[in-house]
Each structure stands twice: as structure tokens, then as C-alpha cells.
Design a protein around this ligand. Structure first.
Ligand code: SAH
Ligand code: SF4
Ligand code: F3S
Length: 438
């Protein structure tokens, strides 16, 4: 061991969280050890997100908070989506940063780190939609004790009008299904029972070896020995095919949950967003899911206040919520982003109005959610244990539907994270269920 240490902080989505696991594994392979404070580290890395302006600002705040450490000889690296988006401009804004690398260049990290160690002060790994390769490594550090992630597709070719991802994560590129299955088996061999397949649009998966469709890959991962739960996120309505519902019905290990971002309930706004589907097209997919033999829980993402969204169009999003009855909604105020097509559209709706719409939407969703959750009173759900909350004397976990479930436990020794318990639901909260082990 060389005694070199690094600190890594991750912002953004699950793709980023899992990229960090791969980066950690890669650095450990280079002789670095991870530490959990900035002060203790030789190298400080920030894996960044630029999906909304607030997310992007976080990294600059963090760099500012710790810039005095640069004088102590520590090195700084900015990786992830802000790195790819801002590129060398980051060196101007924070001159003590010596590495800027986007996710499409992580394969080259050992080389980039070596150059930085050799004293180069402006090392870049930037890839502007060039790479056809996915980043796979056998060294992935698994930091989540009960859930293992597998990236099956990287990048995005959809170019929604508001979104930075096609620019920050490069071209859409899928991994071979055999390589995915090998990783699933390796993970099962490590003792994991839950796998989450990841992709910005996970269901846009196209097996480069032509062997499996996305639905077939889901089934195959679900049938790996030892795997009890398979999740996948995020799906895109355009590529959401009926066989996905059929395979959920057929393979018991596939979780009772589909996350399908709609963004807006108005066909006019959807067109302006370049989502390339209509309200009716989306609702048809909801009908397929609702017609499944299993009761599949639904969640979505919504943007309020997209340029030109009228009050009546916003109201269409509310009526869509009423119609679908999601269990969870992630809603965001539209945030104009660099490089995106919607930047030329006038961000006509005031922040105050956006906040108002967001609040109306969240209030409505809270009522829907309460009614949905109340319907589960008395049900017995299988819960995977994630930990415990000593203050409340409760075990915390998650149901197959991805709903947080907290429950009382009659024995002195708490069940291990990753174990499964049957729980009868006795109370509901706005964002969780409460019950007792049966
Ligand atoms: N690939 C997924 C979305 C990934 S980004 C899809 O197409 O559905 C996660 C979420 O962030 C999006 O669903 C969207 O709701 C939100 N988002 C993306 N860009 C945004 C922006 N410029 N302003 C506000 N929210 C945004
Ligand atoms: Fe962004 Fe659209 Fe791609 Fe989703 S599909 S990541 S919203 S460009
Ligand atoms: Fe953010 Fe990049 Fe994910 S912009 S949401 S970290 S793909």
C-alpha cells in the first residue's frame, strides 16, 4: 500500500451513485484507500450532477468550502455531469482543481490519476458523445449492503428539450446481455438478493450481441439463482413495450413497481418538450400496467412551469395524476439548462408561479398517496430490511412496491439488513407504511 487516500462525495441520480462505486473500485485498484473526511484525504473527488441549476451549484459551494485544503497540498477532482458540461471552464472558476472528467472517460481514470500524480495540473477526461463503449469493471466497490446495481445502458439519444443528460453522458450504448448476466451471477454469489438494473432510459436497452430484448434480460436476471428482487430504473414511455408487463407477471422476482416519468399531462407541452408521445399514448401504457395480474405500484417524474405551460395545461397534469393514482411522484420546477434546446424558449413563468404550481401538485399527490396507502391497511407485505431506527425502536425496510415500511420487532436482536420479513400494515404516513412483523 502506498498510503494514498481519497474522499469522494456523490450528487445526483442512482447512475451517479453506482458510477461512484466503480470509481472507488478503480481507485482502490490504484492503491488508494477511501476515507470519510475531506481533511484526511490526499485526493478530493466530487461526482457531480447538473440536472437542475441547484444541483450544479452544490459542487461549486463544496469546492469553495474546502478550497483552503488546496494549500495543504491536497488535489481536487471534479467528475460526472458538471465536469462533462463545464469542461475546462472549471479550472478557471476553481484553479486548485486539477482533474475534470466526465463519466464517458472513467475507463481512462487510472491514466488520468497517474498524470495528476506526476504533477500535471489540468488533466481532463472529456468525451463529447464520441464513445461507443460502456464502462465495465470487475473492481466495482459495492457500498450498498443490501442492493447491488448493474448499469445495463449508458447515455441518452432522446434529447428532450430541457435536459442536459445527452450532453453530459454521451451516446446511448448498451452492454452485452451475457456480460450483464455474468455480473448478476457474481453479485448473487456475493450474497446479494436484490439487483437494480440502471440506465438513463433502462428500457431503451438494445443488446449489442442481439441475444435478448430488455424484457428477456429482465426475466433472465430475475431467474439468477439466489436473486429475490429485481428493480429497473428509469424507464422511458417511448420504449415501454407490453412485453415488460408480461414478464413482470411471469417472473415473481421482478418487483411490483414501474417508474415511468411522464413530465406533463398536456400533449401540447409534451410536444414542446420533444418527449415524442401524447397523453393518450402514456395513459395506454398505464392501462397495460393496471391490467396486469399483479398489482403494480406506479411512480413518475413531473416538471412544472415548462416554458409556455398555461394554467389549463398545468391542470391537465393534475387530472393525469387523478387518473393514474401514482404511489409516488417526483416533481420539479423547470430549470433552464446550458446547451439544451429549451434555452431559447423564454422561461416565461415566474419562479413564484412555478412554486405555486409545484405546491398544488404536491398537495394533490399527498391526498392520492394517502388514499392509496390507506387501502393497504391490513395487508401483509414482504419487506426487505435496510436497517433500524433505534430512536423509534423500529426496523426500516422497503416493500417490493418500493414503499418504505417501518415495523416493530418483538425480539432483542434486530434482523440483518438484506433479510426479508412479512409485515402486517397497521398505520400509514404520507410517505411510508408502518406495521408489525408477523
Ligand atoms: N431519463 C429519464 C429522466 C432522467 S432525469 C426520463 O426521460 O424520464 C430525472 C428527472 O429530472 C426527469 O425525469 C425530469 O423530471 C427532471 N429534469 C430533467 N431536466 C430538468 C430540468 N431542466 N428542469 C427541471 N427538471 C428536470
Ligand atoms: Fe433527459 Fe429526455 Fe434523455 Fe430522459 S430521455 S435523460 S429526460 S433527454
Ligand atoms: Fe444528474 Fe447526471 Fe444523473 S445530470 S441526474 S447525475 S445523469
Amino acid at each position: 500500500m502506498s498510503g494514498k487516500t481519497f474522499y469522494l462525495e456523490t450528487f445526483g441520480c442512482q447512475m451517479n451513485a453506482h458510477d461512484s462505486e466503480k470509481v472507488i473500485g478503480t481507485l482502490e485498484q490504484q492503491g488508494y484507500a477511501q476515507v470519510d473526511s475531506e481533511e484526511a484525504a490526499d485526493l478530493l473527488l466530487y461526482n457531480t450532477c447538473s440536472i437542475r441549476d441547484k444541483a450544479e451549484q452544490k459542487v461549486f459551494h463544496r469546492l469553495n468550502d474546502y478550497k483552503k485544503l488546496a494549500k495543504a497540498g491536497k488535489r481536487f477532482g471534479v467528475i460526472g455531469c458538471v465536469a462533462q458540461q463545464e469542461g475546462e471552464k472549471i479550472f478557471e472558476r476553481a484553479p486548485y482543481v486539477s482533474l475534470v472528467a466526465g463519466s464517458a472517460s472513467y475507463r481512462r481514470l487510472p491514466e488520468l490519476i497517474a498524470r495528476m500524480e506526476a504533477g500535471e495540473t489540468r488533466v481532463t477526461g472529456l468525451d463529447d458523445r464520441q464513445t461507443d463503449e460502456a464502462f465495465e469493471t470487475e473492481f466495482t466497490a459495492r457500498k450498498n449492503p443490501y442492493r447491488a446495481y448493474i448499469t445495463i445502458i449508458e447515455g441518452c439519444d432522446k434529447f428532450c428539450a430541457y435536459c442536459v443528460v445527452p450532453y453530459t453522458r454521451g451516446k446511448e450504448r448498451s452492454r452485452g446481455s451475457e456480460s450483464v448476466l455474468e455480473e448478476a451471477k457474481r453479485i448473487a454469489g456475493m450474497g446479494y438478493t436484490e439487483i437494480q438494473l440502471l440506465g438513463q432510459n433502462v428500457n431503451s436497452y438494445r443488446d449489442p450481441t442481439g441475444k435478448k430484448s430488455f424484457a428477456e434480460l429482465l426475466a433472465a436476471v430475475g431467474e439468477v439463482d439466489g436473486i429475490r428482487r429485481v428493480r429497473f430504473t428509469t424507464s422511458h414511455p417511448r420504449d415501454f413495450t407490453r412485453d415488460i408487463v408480461e414478464v413482470i407477471d411471469a417472473v415473481p422476482t421482478l418487483c411490483d413497481h414501474v417508474h415511468l416519468p411522464v413530465q406533463s399531462g398536456s400533449t401540447r407541452v409534451l410536444r414542446a418538450m420533444a418527449r415524442e408521445y401524447t397523453r393518450e399514448w402514456y395513459l395506454e401504457r398505464m392501462d397495460w400496467i393496471k391490467a396486469a395480474k399483479r398489482k403494480i405500484s406506479l411512480s413518475t417524474d413531473i416538471i412544472v412551469g415548462f416554458p409556455g405551460e398555461t394554467p389549463a395545461e398545468f391542470e391537465e397534469t393534475i387530472t393525469l395524476l387523478n387518473e393514474v393514482q401514482y404511489d409516488v411522484v417526483f416533481a420539479f420546477k423547470y430549470s433552464p439548462r446550458p446547451n439544451t434546446p429549451s434555452l431559447v424558449m423564454i422561461d416565461s413563468i415566474s419562479d413564484e408561479e412555478k412554486s405555486k404550481r409545484l405546491q398544488i401538485l404536491l398537495d394533490r399527490q399527498r391526498e392520492i398517496q394517502r388514499a392509496n396507502y390507506d387501502r393497504r391497511l391490513g395487508e401483509v407485505l414482504e419487506v426487505m430490511v435496510e436497517g433500524n431506527n433505534p430512536a423509534r425502536e423500529q426496523i426500516v425496510g422497503r416493500s417490493s412496491q418500493n414503499i418504505p415500511v417501518n415495523f416493530s420487532w418483538p425480539h432483542p436482536i434486530a434482523p440483518a439488513p438484506g433479510s426479508y420479513q412479512q409485515v402486517r400494515i397497521t398505520r400509514t404516513f404520507p410517505n411510508s407504511l408502518v406495521g408489525e412483523a408477523v
